[in-house]
Every structure is written in structure tokens, then in C-alpha cells.
Design a protein around this ligand. Structure first.
Ligand SMILES: Cc1cc2nc3c(=O)[nH]c(=O)nc-3n(C[C@H](O)[C@H](O)[C@H](O)COP(=O)(O)OP(=O)(O)OC[C@H]3O[C@@H](n4cnc5c(N)ncnc54)[C@H](O)[C@@H]3O)c2cc1C
Length: 461
């Protein structure tokens, strides 16, 4: 492990409002844990920042001493780039404040806020912006990669709702990026991942949402999977943007609304959110109950924030996870045959394949309007490999890779940068698509030395 000169560390500590953690500190072991337990990195120093000035201080310290830097938001990215071995982690996970201006419909979230922090603050005013489906995810990584969830068909990607950002650049300057200030940086931040600086504040546009909305699950037996999915693709193609329905194929968890004989058996789950008047939503979702014979359902009007946390129990930190994902512009029958074949051989009770429905307003901006390029995607499919024991690593990862390869011929070009694993460096260019060269130009301007390189990296042009 790199040992960092004590006098230099003392200089970093001076005036630092947060906490500096070294391997010898009690809190260090906890601080180097992230969501994916397969990531086991040992940084030389973890600088837990309390404010923007701490971020500037940590960055300057790392840069001037030639120490490798990683930047941590909420530590959810599957690839584990929020940590680095032997280097300095600039950890924003304690910077979680969210301020809402309800009259102006704006929220400002600090760079370490989670989706739960943002949703709680905005929903207190009956407002929200589209974010992801697991509330412990960080706004930072999610936003910088694009960001989508239940509200995206109605309100677009998270980046489409970003109004401005406060950024600590590689030079150590604190700048604002918006449509009128550093517009090239603002463009790059909206999909270019963590390549352009450390974002200490995100300003989002908000929309009137809920706070009570129709949402829930309808569950079908696996024997009906192909037919359910065929009807689903027809249904979602004609659904209004207010309605979002995702499909999840997995072994049924022991949910109380499912009969005991279904627990642990493969099922097809339709997960539903209607972002409008619940009575209208009830009428719209009625056909979803006629795709076959459901084994159970749990649908009703509930607070949007509860739905935003509904999947948290299945996505707790500390498990071993390996993902593979594709974008699709359509779901073809050949793909469904492959899905059914692989869900028939799930390697653990926790593995799943899901299709997240995009479309709607996510397709409206041109593919070069923001750095996030994949405006043609109707679905993002993720093979979520998840298991508990290291002894199962090879077997589970192999299943993910084989399904990914088998389904590749049906996928559209491109990849979602927020779902790429550590070993998918060959897909990084794809993830930025046709915007890569322009991103490389912006990278040259804001980070010519590639200081921010522990990420899905864009090399300076
Ligand atoms: C269970 C689960 C569910 C998910 N569901 C969704 C979903 O519904 N929709 C969706 O779009 N995505 C989803 N994701 C993917 C998610 O968007 C990414 O994992 C995202 O990177 C998480 O952000 P983070 O801040 O928690 O991650 P981190 O791992 O902390 O950071 C991710 C990357 O961003 C960089 N970074 C972090 N903070 C900053 C900052 N403040 N400034 C600059 N760079 C920074 C890091 O260096 C790293 O490269 C999900 C992930 C998980 C684990």
C-alpha cells in the first residue's frame, strides 16, 4: 500500500471539516464497503468530505501529490469505481442535504445524496423528479450516467431534468454548469459519467407528483412467461407516458400476497406505476390482469415514496452482484425464447432479468442534445446476477455472460454506462455512442491530465 507522508496528511487534515480515514482507523473497514460486496479495494486514504471546500482540499492534495483519485457518491455503481486501491477516495457520502424551493419547483441536492433523500425532501411538497428504482442509490452517479425510473416516460431521463450543477474541476476551481454557464461542461455532465469533475450540487427541475399514486405488482406463473411478455410488449407500445410497466423474471420471494407454493418458483412480475389520477390508472391497467392467470397481485394507491422503496429489501447492500445489460428498441419473439430458456436455469434465488420500459419522453431530445446518447432505447434490459457466497461467483457470472451473449443479436447498439461492470472496458465507447468524440474534446478542456480516470473513462482528445 502506498504510504502517504505524515506531514502531507497533517496539511490535508488542517481545516478539513469532514473526516480523514486511514487503514489504521476503526471506521476504515466500514468506509471502504460499497453496495457490491464483490468489490474489495483498499484505499490509502478516505477523505469523507463535509462540504465543497473539503472536496477542493482533497482533490488538490491528491492531484499535487500524484495520488490516484476515486470519487464516491453513494457507492452503488456495480463496477466499484467509487473506490481505488492504494489511492485517495474523495467520499461525498456524508454530503446529503437537499433543499427544495417549492414555488420555483427546484431542488438542490448535495453530491452524496441518495434517491431517498431527494424523494423525501421533494415529496414533502408533492413534487418529484425522475430518478431510479432503488432508494439507496446515489443521485450523483445516477444523474451523471443518464438516470431513469418510474417517472421517466412522463418526464424524461434524470439528465433531462438537470438545471445546473456546481462542479469542482481538475484545476480545483468551483464552477457552475448550466445552459448559460460553461454549457460545454453542462452538456458533458448529462451522461458523461464522472469524467469532468466532482459535482457537489445538482439542481433539478421538479414536477407535481402524487404524493399518492397507483402502483404495485401483478405476478404470473413462469409457464405463461412468453405469452405474458408478448402481450406486455404490445400493451406498453400503446400505453400513455404516465404509465410505466417493467417486467421482472426471477424466483418469487416469499411475499405475503403470493401463495406459499409459488415462493421460490420462477415467475413473471409486472411492476406498475401510474403517474396520474389513480382512478384513471385503474382503468388503464385492467388489461394487465388478463394476460393469463395471475398467481397474485398487490396493487393499490400508496405514497410515491413508498413505491420508490418497494424494491429496497431485494437490493440490500452486501450481496455479490454481477450485471450484464443491453438496450432494445423492440422485444422480438426470438429474444423471448432466450429469456425463457435462461430464466429456466437461474443460478441463484436472487438472480433476475428485468426489462425497464423507457420510451415516452426519454426519446424526445436529439441523441446529441445531452451526452446521454441512447434516445432510441425503448427498453433497458439488465441481467442482475446476485448471490451470497464467493464460492458461487464463477457459476453465476457465467450464467449472466451466457445469457448476455445469447441475447446480443436482438439488442440495439449502445450500452447504459451506469450498468457496465468492471470487465466491460470494451463497451465504454458504446456507452457514450456517437457523442464520444465530442466528450473527449470537453475532457481535454476540463481534465487534460485525465485526473478523473477511475470511472467509465473518456480519454482526453
Ligand atoms: C440496486 C441498484 C438499482 C439501480 N437502479 C437504477 C435505476 O432504476 N435507474 C438508473 O438509471 N440506474 C440505476 N442503478 C444504477 C445507478 O445509476 C449507478 O449505479 C450509479 O452510478 C449510482 O450512483 P452512486 O452515486 O450511488 O454511485 P458511485 O458508485 O458512488 O459512483 C458512480 C460513478 O460516479 C462517480 N461519482 C460519484 N459521485 C460523484 C460526484 N459527486 N461527482 C462526480 N462523479 C461522481 C464515481 O466516481 C463513479 O465513477 C441502480 C444501481 C443499483 C446498485
Amino acid at each position: 500500500m502506498t504510504s502517504i507522508d505524515k506531514t502531507k496528511l497533517d496539511a490535508l487534515r488542517r481545516g478539513f471539516q469532514g473526516t480523514i480515514l486511514l487503514p489504521s482507523d476503526d471506521e476504515y473497514e466500514e468506509a471502504r464497503k460499497i453496495w457490491n460486496a464483490m468489490v474489495d479495494k483498499r484505499p490509502a486514504v478516505i477523505a469523507r468530505c463535509a462540504d465543497t471546500q473539503d472536496v477542493v482540499k482533497a482533490l488538490t492534495f491528491g492531484r499535487d501529490n500524484g495520488i490516484r483519485l476515486a470519487v464516491r457518491g453513494a457507492g452503488h455503481h456495480i463496477a466499484g469505481n467509487s473506490l481505488c486501491n492504494d489511492g485517495l477516495v474523495i467520499d461525498l457520502s456524508q454530503m446529503r442535504a437537499v433543499k427544495v424551493d417549492a414555488a420555483a419547483k427546484r431542488a438542490i441536492a448535495e453530491g452524496g445524496a441518495t434517491l431517498a433523500d431527494l424523494d423525501a425532501a421533494t415529496q414533502a411538497h408533492g413534487l418529484a423528479t425522475p430518478v431510479g428504482i432503488n432508494s439507496t442509490t446515489g443521485v450523483a452517479g445516477l444523474t451523471l450516467g443518464g438516470g431513469f425510473g418510474w417517472l421517466s416516460r412522463k418526464y424524461g431521463m434524470t439528465v433531462d431534468n438537470l438545471e445546473s450543477a456546481e462542479v469542482v474541476t481538475a484545476k480545483g476551481d468551483v464552477v457552475r454548469a448550466s445552459a448559460s454557464e460553461n454549457p460545454d461542461l453542462f452538456w458533458a455532465l448529462r451522461g458523461g459519467s464522472g469524467n469532468f469533475g466532482i459535482v457537489t450540487r445538482f439542481e433539478y427541475r421538479l414536477h407535481a407528483v402524487g404524493p399518492d399514486l397507483l402502483s404495485g405488482l401483478i405476478v404470473y406463473p413462469f409457464a405463461q412467461a412468453k405469452s405474458v411478455l408478448q402481450q406486455y410488449r404490445q400493451f406498453i407500445a400503446n400505453a400513455p407516458n404516465e404509465l410505466s410497466v417493467w417486467t421482472v423474471l426471477r424466483k418469487a420471494p416469499p411475499l405475503p400476497f403470493l401463495p406459499a407454493e409459488v415462493h421460490g418458483k420462477e415467475v413473471v412480475v409486472l411492476a406498475i406505476l401510474y403517474a396520474g389520477d389513480p382512478a384513471n390508472g385503474e382503468k388503464l391497467i385492467a388489461p394487465l390482469r388478463t394476460f393469463g392467470t395471475p398467481v397474485g397481485e398487490h396493487v393499490g394507491v400508496q405514497p410515491y415514496v413508498d413505491w420508490q422503496q418497494a424494491f429496497d429489501p431485494l437490493l440490500t447492500p452486501g450481496a455479490r452482484n454481477y450485471w450484464k445489460s443491453h438496450n432494445f428498441t423492440k422485444i422480438e419473439d426470438g429474444l423471448l425464447d432466450i429469456v425463457v430458456r435462461y430464466v429456466g436455469t437461474l443460478p441463484s434465488d436472487e438472480c433476475e432479468i428485468f426489462f425497464g420500459a423507457l420510451g415516452g419522453m426519454t426519446k424526445k431530445p436529439a441523441s446529441d442534445a445531452t451526452a446521454y446518447a441512447h434516445r432510441d432505447a425503448e427498453f433497458v434490459m439488465n441481467v442482475h446476477g446476485r448471490w451470497q457466497s464467493a464460492a458461487d461467483d464463477a457459476r453465476c457470472m457465467q450464467w449472466c455472460r451466457e445469457y448476455f451473449d445469447a441475447s446480443a443479436e436482438y439488442a440495439s447498439a449502445g450500452a447504459y454506462v451506469n450498468f457496465l461492470t468492471e470487465d466491460e472496458t470494451d463497451r465504454v465507447r458504446n456507452a457514450y455512442g456517437a457523442n464520444y468524440d465530442r466528450l473527449a474534446q470537453v475532457k481535454r478542456k476540463y481534465d487534460p491530465q485525465n485526473l478523473f480516470r477511475v470511472n467509465m473513462n473518456i480519454e482526453p482528445a
